[in-house]
Design a protein around this ligand. Sequence first.
Ligand code: G1P
Length: 289
Amino acid sequence: MMRRVRKAIFPVGGLGTRFLPATKAMPKEMLPVVDKPLIQYAVEEARAAGIEEFIFVTGRGKTTIEDHFDHSYELEHTLEARGKTAELEALRAWLPPAGDVAYTRQQVPLGLGHAVWCARDLVGDEPFAVLLADDLILSKTPALKQMCDIYPEVRGNMVAVMDVPKAHTQRYGILSPGRDDGRLVQVRGLVEKPKAEEAPSTLAVIGRYILEPAVFAHLDKKSKGAGGEIQLTDSLVPMIGTSPFHGYRFEGQRFDCGDKIGFFEAQIAFALARADLGPAAQAVIKRYT
Ligand code: G1P
């Protein structure tokens, strides 16, 4: 029986040290690109892909994320009293229905693999998605939807991939590619953050995954990898050859919003892409170039 991908994990427990001082008292996932927090882009993308259950793996200091996905009675009441119905409807439109959101705390930031492992009981025995909010993707079809659309044909594990400069392999999980039809790439091997001279290719994992629940058994071992962290990538390696495993070259432009310049570029690209702001943004940019 074909199992649809219904659940998504959002690991949001990271400290955001690359973005200090902005992230001292505010979760990095709440940083806005134009007028929307990074985490909301990720949740909307998941929703567009048919996800019905949203599982946040949080940590201390992240309660504004929970507040963001809840009603704000005072605000809604004020908008209503002032007759701002469009704003009110817009605010309510993207709120996940009650009971569709779950939160669990990572307690100690031991790595991405550990964050995903923390959600094991909430996921149970079915395939699930993982979205990393600081990988922001501008595309015609939301990136996770592209993956969910092709998933029934391939099943198994699937990770979003893109080519990166050779000098940047140390920032990513890197594939050892097999058969490659330009869109789907067979995964022969996977290594987390290899040095340029040791990288098997320049094909990097980007923060969108569809994974088999069998990954939890590997994460259970809690082996430490690159940077002394429990890496999601390492737990996927023993699954190569046991079930299908593909990299998916998504259509769209990805911005590394965990990086200052990447985040800055995302502001420009997303503002330019907006029908309501594009021309004004263009005029501003012209003044500086
Ligand atoms: C994580 C993953 C890495 C992946 C990257 C994509 O790394 O561990 O495999 O390539 O996300 O953004 P992080 O950026 O959390 O160090």
